[in-house]
Ligand binder design. Structure first.
Ligand SMILES: NC(=O)c1ccc[n+]([C@@H]2O[C@H](COP(=O)([O-])OP(=O)(O)OC[C@H]3O[C@@H](n4cnc5c(N)ncnc54)[C@H](OP(=O)(O)O)[C@@H]3O)[C@@H](O)[C@H]2O)c1
Length: 333
């Protein structure tokens, strides 16, 4: 089968190659991938900036497709079903944090940027009927991460003021959509004006350009401060984020794209009784709740652009440049 592997043999680090179809174990299934979606993790792997990366592995955590073969122990009713795959593997029983065996599909195990993927039968979920293949493929990792950040940790409530930073990002898109659907007043930041105007068309109250020096002051004037901020940039943006939180507010972050913060005003954190909470993907319960929420609210993931598997290099370069609004998708058709 064709698959997009990580390789150090070429300067681009990724290439579509023929890869042997893995054998099925008793608890596994073979899914024919119809569409797959990029996450920043895939680009981090390409740049060698992710732990435990191995050459020869097929990248990709997000996928939707049709179940083609079942291991002996898998419920036979899955045969030929249209599914999405939960890429969070071995979370374990503790809802507060993942187990030491936790892994994400697509490194070090073969992922979804291929014609077929082998996963455990318990990673299958019925594809939401209101979504196309591309939209369904866009949902799993970003939807799960955003859901846990906004609901499990953020405990968003109707009427609260919520700020989602970096609106163009794949996860940020879901966080904004979920918070809007939960009845919050949602505000966003972005480094690009055109992304801010798109946000306003999607139920977001107002957007602020984080490249403008006084954006945080403007945001405080307009909103009076936020109950909840959802972020994945970190770096030195946190000085501003701590300033725009209301006393008693919470900052939930699921990434650190810009690295660690320097010179953080920790007095502001204790004096204003702020909470800083880290979050990573989510448990199986979080995934089930996220899927039920998306089905009941008929939320549709924002698909930025769809590329053929053979054009995956262009798709990765688009993510690297940060030009996207929402999810970049690979179609296997
Ligand atoms: N812990 C987890 O489970 C988990 C899960 C998924 C992702 N992540 C991490 O979260 C981060 C985002 O992932 P993604 O897949 O959503 O990436 P993505 O689609 O590539 O989005 C990245 C976004 O970051 C925003 N950004 C860049 N500089 C910023 C700044 N100074 N302030 C605010 N936002 C800024 C940009 O938004 P604009 O274009 O709007 O400016 C950009 O679109 C990555 O670091 C990723 O590794 C972690």
């Amino acid at each position: 089968m064709k698959g997009l592997i990580l390789t150090d043999k070429i300067s681009d680090r990724i290439a579509v190659r023929d890869v042997e179809l893995p054998e099925l174990k008793d608890d596994e299934v073979l899914v024919e991938i119809r569409a797959a979606a990029l996450n920043h993790r895939d680009q981090w792997c390409r740049e060698g900036r992710y732990p435990n990366i191995q050459n020869g592995v097929i990248l990709g955590s997000d996928g939707a497709g049709v179940v083609k073969k079942l291991g002996r122990d898998v419920d036979p009713t899955w045969q030929e079903k249209e599914v999405i795959i939960n890429p969070a593997m071995n979370w374990g029983e503790n809802q507060k944090a993942q187990s030491k065996d936790f892994q994400i599909l697509g490194m070090p195990s073969h992922g979804t940027f291929a014609e077929f993927v082998v996963v455990k039968g318990d990673r299958l979920y019925t594809k939401p009927e209101h979504l196309s293949w591309e939209e369904a493929a866009a949902l799993p990792l970003g939807g799960l991460t955003a859901y846990r950040s906004v609901f499990f940790h953020g405990k968003v409530e109707k009427g609260q003021k919520v700020l989602v930073t970096g609106f163009g990002g794949g996860v940020a898109q879901f966080a904004a959509q979920f918070a809007v659907a939960a009845g919050a007043e949602v505000f966003v930041t972005s480094g690009k004006e055109e992304k801010l105007s798109i946000a306003r068309q999607q139920g977001v109250k107002e957007g602020f350009n984080y490249k403008k020096e006084n954006w945080a002051e403007d945001a405080r004037k307009v909103t009076g401060g936020f109950d909840l901020v959802i972020d994945s940039a970190v770096g030195d943006t946190w000085g501003d984020l701590l300033k725009v939180l209301k006393p008693g507010g919470k900052l939930v972050f699921y990434g650190a794209t810009l690295g660690n913060p320097t010179g953080l005003d920790m007095r502001r954190v204790f004096w204003n009784q702020l909470t800083i909470q880290g979050s990573t993907m989510g448990s199986d319960s979080n995934f089930e709740e996220m899927l039920a929420f998306v089905k009941s609210t008929k939320i549709v993931p924002v698909v930025d652009q769809v590329f053929k598997l053979d054009d995956a290099l262009q798709a990765f370069d688009r993510m690297k440049a940060g030009d996207q609004i929402g999810k970049i998708v690979l179609s296997m058709d």
